[in-house]
Design a protein around this ligand. Structure first.
Ligand code: FES
Length: 388
């Protein structure tokens, strides 16, 4: 187990070598103020690029429905990133230009970037993405997101709770910990639908065998009749049994919105304080209209007109995020996180009503002035929107 200070030093070390390389290559003694400014911008852009050009190097099978897409960067070196962060991949499929955030599943510092994608049968992007051949190129955002282990904040036992492809950011964290030392007692409880759907099952079991600070439990919700492992869901009893002492623990929860809500309810039964829980939701809720806060009397398939100031008028379903409806109509909207966090898709509601997911990350001042984040906002009347 590493001390807090050692954790910090090791995290700093993640950035040290890229900084040294960049410093050697890009920062000769400046002669003028503008030259210094230009070189500083180049350094910042190299460490935190707004966009990157990626080439698919390998497309690897993980389970029958999941692939790992291994990318190399073609327009520079990969920037440093924190395990748990994501990149947003931009794609054009037919007439639609859209983007999807994917957690990085590989550890930092290996020169390639793995994105592990589950093929959703009804999905628009994931089936197309899983079929890409090596050599395919795409643009992405730089690494982003705050779903990361912070040694000074997350000082107690670490509890990682995931469902389906929600294990991907944890795979990056676990491989990083395996390389530099686990920060303390770490437990992964991962829920899969069936034994055929366990993502990274062998790799995680191998890490658990090799590291005494790390324990992993694979939980199958629909096991075969002869299954002898742990079955069911991530409930309070299982968490208590497998983690033990919960006082001072930090909880990271990742997966579909339904799993996150379920796990939060279970953690509440265990009196885990909200400030000890970090969450990363993959995709919008399957059915937003069943949420308790959803306005009464509006169905998922109710349709409303959405007119854009200075642009087209389109029709949008109440049960779909506004961002998806706008993209389907050919609008290109900046979007990185698609979870309400980054504010790239911020728009002003000039007239009408849009309902936002609770905790959608809109600043209070913006909310008061009628701004929404289109990725987590749903039309509940005819709307007029200004992209600002
Ligand atoms: S894409 Fe980030 S807030 Fe909408």
């Amino acid at each position: 187990m590493r001390s807090d200070w050692l954790c910090l030093l090791e995290d700093l070390a993640t950035y040290a070598e890229p900084l040294r390389r960049l410093g050697r290559r890009q920062l000769p003694a400046p002669e003028t103020h503008s030259e210094l400014l230009g070189k500083s911008r180049a350094l910042v852009n190299a460490l935190h690029p707004r966009s990157m050009r990626l080439r698919l190097a390998e497309n690897l099978e993980v389970t029958r429905s999941t692939r790992t897409l291994r990318f190399e960067r073609v327009d520079g070196e990969l920037p440093p990133f924190r395990p748990g962060q994501y990149v947003s991949l931009s794609v054009s499929i037919g007439e639609v230009s859209t983007s999807r955030p994917y957690s990085i599943s590989s550890p930092p510092g290996i020169g390639t970037l793995d994105l592990t994608v589950k093929r959703e049968p009804q999905g628009f992007v994931s089936p197309w993405l899983c079929d890409r051949e090596p050599g395919w190129e795409a643009s992405s955002s730089g690494p982003a997101g705050s779903f990361v282990h912070e040694p000074l904040r997350d000082r107690g036992p670490l509890v990682l709770l995931s469902g389906g492809s929600g294990i991907t950011p944890f795979m990056s964290m676990l491989q990083h910990f395996a390389a530099v030392g686990f920060p303390g007692k770490t437990t992964l409880l991962h829920n899969s639908r069936s034994t055929d759907d366990v993502i990274f099952g062998d790799a995680v079991a191998s890490l658990a065998r090799d590291h005494e600070d790390f324990d992993a439990v694979s939980v199958i919700s629909r096991p075969p009749a002869d299954y002898t492992g742990v079955s069911g869901h991530l409930d309070a009893q299982l968490i208590r049994e497998r983690v033990g002492e919960l006082d001072g623990a930090s909880f990271f929860v990742c997966g579909p919105d339904g799993l996150i809500r379920h796990v939060e309810e279970q953690l509440a039964l265990l009196d885990v304080p909200a400030h000890a829980i970090r969450r990363e939701a993959f995709g919008p809720p399957a059915d937003v209209t069943v949420m308790p806060e959803w306005p009464q009397g509006i169905g998922s398939d109710d349709t409303f007109s959405v007119s854009l100031v200075g642009g087209q008028t389109l029709y949008a379903r109440a049960g779909e995020p506004l961002l998806n409806s706008l993209e389907r109509a050919g609008e290109v909207i900046p979007a990185v996180c698609r979870t309400g966090e980054c504010a790239d898709c911020r728009m002003k509601v000039v007239s009408g009503d849009a309902w936002s997911l609770p905790g959608a990350g809109v600043r209070e001042a913006d909310r008061a002035q009628g701004f929404v984040h289109a990725c987590v906002a749903y039309p509940t009347s005819d709307l007029r929107l200004d992209r600002g």
